[in-house]
Design a binder for this molecule. Structure first.
Ligand SMILES: [Zn+2]
Length: 219
């Protein structure tokens, strides 16, 4: 019996009519600095999403925002790392990436159109927009007030543009977020323990955003 793969982009067109109009250009809280995107990245995405989610998923309908820290480097060094299509130490598989990255001074870069697929969290990439924050060196909760304000601004902007977004959680809350029903992972044992971006930062986001009808998880 042949396998039938659900194509997540098929319902994208249907969902888009529920989305409000894009914000005006002057409201956009980020600047674009896109990473490399050729047909090869699309092929690697097809391979990854078929293997892990049982579907082709080049475009996502955002239902969650996942917040990260980079744990190392600068804005520039992290951008260079995400630029490559293939993961350097992973036998030519899809590189990790994130739709957004926030520098320590609150500068936000968009690395790709926000509905493009990015590999940033096991189990949720098919429906989650990722925000990386430069910091978390040696696992310390060192993200700045400017980064918190920038994340609040960006998540408000995203939520307004995509009312399909219901959840905001930190990478370390990936287990609790299974209560959302969004988690999919077809490869047994494929899992990584995470601590980013720490409970302090998520508490700050929750205080600013929970009133907007977004769902957060306990620390
Ligand atoms: Zn992370």
């Amino acid at each position: 019996m042949g396998k039938v793969f659900f194509h997540c982009a098929l319902i994208f067109c249907a969902a888009i009519i529920f989305m409000s109009s894009p914000a005006q250009a002057e409201d956009v809280p980020f600047t674009d600095k896109f990473i490399l995107w050729t047909e090869h990245r699309d092929e690697l995405i097809d391979e990854y999403t078929l293997k892990h989610y049982g579907m082709i998923c080049r475009e996502i309908i955002p239902q969650a925002v996942v917040v990260h820290w980079t744990a190392f480097g600068t804005l520039e060094s992290n951008w260079k790392f995400f630029y490559a299509e293939e993961m350097p130490d992973d036998e030519g598989r899809l590189n990790v990436a994130s739709q957004f990255i926030v520098d320590r001074d609150g500068t936000i870069l968009r690395l790709m159109p926000e509905t493009k697929f990015a590999r940033h969290i096991i189990g949720y990439n098919h429906c989650a927009i990722g925000i990386e924050n430069v910091g978390g060196y040696n696992g310390r909760e060192d993200l700045t007030e400017a980064q918190l304000a920038a994340n609040v601004r960006l998540i408000k902007w995203l939520h307004e543009k995509y009312p399909t977004i219901k959840y905001v959680f930190g990478h370390y809350q990936q287990g609790k977020a299974r209560a959302s029903g969004l988690f999919i992972e077809n490869v047994p044992g494929y899992y990584a323990i995470k601590t980013d971006p720490g409970p302090k930062f998520m508490r700050g986001l929750r205080e600013e955003l929970e009133g907007d009808g977004l769902i957060f998880y306990d620390e």
